[in-house]
Design a protein around this ligand. Sequence first.
Ligand code: C2E
Ligand code: CA
Ligand code: CA
Ligand code: CA
Length: 278
Amino acid sequence: NGGGVAVYDAAEDAETPDRMQLFADLRALLDSGDPDGQLRLYYQPQVRLSDGVVTSAEALVRWQHPERGLLLPATFLPVAESRGLEIRLTDHLLGLAVGQAARWRLAGHAFQVAVNVSPGCLVDPGFVARVLSTVADAGLPPRLLCLELTETSIMADPDRAVRALHEVREHGITVSVDDFGTGFSSLAQLRRVPADELKIDRTFMRDLTPGTPDAVMVRSAIDLGHNLGLSMVAEGVEDVAALLRLRELSCEYAQGYALSHPVPADRLPQACRDAEEV
Ligand code: C2E
Ligand code: CA
Ligand code: CA
Ligand code: CA
């Protein structure tokens, strides 16, 4: 997990005054419903490699903090996740993303929006019902929502997680396993996780020249996912050579700076047009 759980370090999590303040600020923001929109979602297009069309966009949170400026998730997500605020934060962001997806659809941009779900959400008994009502209230076709979960989310309580994922998929929502390849028990877990797609972690995208360790890992991951009936997404793709290589390897989708950086919602339509030109 790029900014979160895998790099979690207990020493880093000390109750420093700074972190406590950030936590207090975030809690106050969620209590107030964030009327000024300090919590924002940026969106990064995801392209289908067979024809270059943008089929979805991943929502990535940023916090426009009044004193600290634009904060990346690595700054505040660990604070939220270590102190139990992540469920409320995820609910809030899910509402923003689903509302945005519904507006884009009405404007003729019918791509899927992918929302990152914090570990902890899947073990919350009300989570699935809230997801379903958020989608229904916005009038968004469920197939236009994707939930991205890491292995950590599933491991906390695998039985409950598997049930929750079955339920959201029965309603037509897409389930994606994020950061694939970074967890130790990927293979054991994967057999029973009801998912639609795997996102190969960006740490494997450094050099996809045939024969390099990254290329071997990526090719194996793609074969494994395909044999399990899953679609494959490559994240963190930074150069066009890697895009071409991924297409040769029959990877279905790609996302990364080679196509577009994450951008604010109002810039996404242009970012999609640019990504489709690559
Ligand atoms: P992730 O889900 O693996 O997201 C991909 C991260 O890689 C994002 O960082 C994205 O901006 C960055 N990225 C995209 N393309 C490239 C590329 O070509 N090269 C490189 N080096 N990086 C690229 P970001 O936005 O800082 O998010 C970091 C992590 O924070 C995410 O990793 C995810 O685990 C978490 N996160 C972000 N937004 C949310 C959210 O709304 N809710 C939750 N629960 N977690 C979130
Ligand atoms: Ca997708
Ligand atoms: Ca993700
Ligand atoms: Ca990742």
